[in-house]
Design a protein around this ligand. Structure first.
Ligand code: R5P
Length: 321
C-alpha cells in the first residue's frame, strides 16, 4: 500500500483491465475520467477529479485500434497538463508504431520517432514502457524513459514447466532478437539458436537459415511481439522440419492481428505465452495461449518512480545486451 496521497493512476480505453489490476496492486482506486466519441469520431476526454499538483500516471498501450488509442492518449495528456498535474507519466505497456523505427528505403517515415514527439509535445513528463521493439527508441524521447523487461516473468513461467535445460534451446526468430533470446537463455541455463529471416514485403516472412543445434530439442522461441504470427508460426515449422521435438513460443505483446489466432491454432506450436500488455478479447482466447500479467511489474515500477527509487534494481540479474 502506498502511503502518499499524491499519486493518481488513470486509464484510457486501450486496456482498462490491466490498469485496474495495477490499481489493485498499488492498493488504490483508478482515477475518474471519461472518454467518449462525438458522432463525427472525434474523441472527447474529461478528467472527473482534481489532479492539481499530483503525480499522475496514465495507462494506455497504443494497441489496436492504434490510431484511436494514440490520439486518446495525447488528449488525456493535454487534459492532465491543463489541469495542472505536477508530473505526467505515460505508462505505455505496448508502444504502437515501434517497428517503423528507421528508414529502410528512401522516402519512408520514422513513425516511432514521430509518436515519441507527439507524446512529448502533448506534455508528458516521462514514459514507462515494456519490451520496446528496439531499445534505442528510448532515445527518440528527450524526457526520461524507463524500460521494463517481461523476460524475468517469462523465465519464471518457463521454470514452472520443469523443462530439462540440457535438452532445451532458446530460439530467436530473427537476428535483431538475439539479445532478448540470450538474456532468457542465460536465465534458464540453456544454449541459443537463431533463425535468419527476411521480409520480402510487409507482413510476409521468409525463413533463410537456422543457426544452432535444434534437433531433438525442446525449442522456446522468444520475441517482443506476435502480430500476424508469420515469424513465430513459420519459424516453429522450420524448427520442427530440422528435427525439433517440441516448440513453444513466448511473446510479450500479443498483437495477434488478422487470422493470427487461427494460424497459431493450426501450427506446430504446443503453447504460446503472452502478457496482458495488450488485451486479449475472449473470442481470441484458445487452448494454446496462456496470458501472464505485467501488472505487478508495472505497479512496482510506478511505486519506484513515485518514490524516486531505482528501477534497475528490478532487473539486477537480467540484461538484454
Ligand atoms: C520483428 O522484428 C518483430 O520483432 C516481430 O518478430 C514481428 O513484428 C512479428 O510480426 P509477425 O507476427 O507479423 O511475423
Amino acid at each position: 500500500m502506498l502511503e502518499s496521497n499524491n499519486l493518481r493512476l488513470f486509464s484510457g480505453n486501450a486496456n482498462p483491465a490491466l490498469a485496474q489490476k495495477i490499481a489493485e496492486e498499488l492498493g488504490r482506486p483508478l482515477g475518474k475520467c471519461t472518454s467518449r466519441k462525438f458522432s463525427d469520431g472525434e474523441i472527447c476526454v474529461k478528467i472527473e477529479e482534481s489532479v492539481r499538483g499530483l503525480d499522475v500516471f496514465v495507462v494506455q498501450p497504443t494497441c489496436h485500434p492504434v490510431n484511436d488509442n494514440l490520439i486518446e492518449l495525447l488528449i488525456l495528456i493535454d487534459a492532465f497538463r491543463r489541469a495542472s498535474a505536477r508530473r505526467i507519466t505515460v505508462v505505455l505497456p505496448y508502444y504502437g508504431y515501434a517497428r517503423q523505427d528507421k528508414k529502410v528505403k528512401p522516402r519512408e517515415p520514422v513513425t516511432a520517432r514521430l509518436v515519441a514527439n507527439l507524446i512529448s509535445n502533448a506534455g508528458a513528463s516521462r514514459v514507462l514502457c515494456v519490451d520496446l521493439h528496439a531499445g534505442q527508441i528510448q532515445g527518440f524521447f528527450d524526457i526520461p524513459v524507463d524500460h521494463l523487461y517481461a523476460g524475468p516473468l517469462i523465465a519464471d513461467e518457463m521454470k514452472k514447466m520443469n523443462l530439462q535445460t540440457n535438452n532445451t534451446v532458446v530460439v530467436s526468430p530473427d537476428v535483431g532478437g538475439v539479445p532478448r533470446a540470450r538474456a532468457l537463455a542465460e536465465n534458464l541455463g540453456t544454449p541459443i539458436a537463431i533463425i535468419a529471416k527476411r521480409r520480402p514485403e510487409a507482413n510476409k516472412v521468409e525463413i533463410m537459415e537456422i543457426i544452432g543445434d535444434v534437433s531433438g530439442k525442446v525449442c522456446i522461441m522468444v520475441d517482443d511481439l506476435i502480430d500476424t504470427g508469420g515469424s513465430i508460426v513459420q519459424g516453429a515449422q522450420a524448427l520442427v522440419d530440422r528435427g525439433a521435438k517440441e516448440v513453444l513460443a513466448c511473446c510479450t505483446h500479443g498483437v495477434l492481428s488478422g487470422d493470427a489466432i487461427k494460424r497459431v491454432e493450426e501450427s506446430v506450436l504446443s503453447a504460446l505465452l503472452i502478457t496482458d500488455t495488450i488485451p486479449l478479447p475472449t473470442e481470441k482466447c484458445n487452448s494454446k495461449i496462456k496470458v501472464i500479467s505485467v501488472a505487478p511489474l508495472l505497479a512496482d515500477a510506478i511505486r519506484r518512480i513515485h518514490d524516486d527509487s531505482s528501477i534497475s534494481e528490478l532487473f539486477q540479474d537480467y540484461a538484454e545486451h
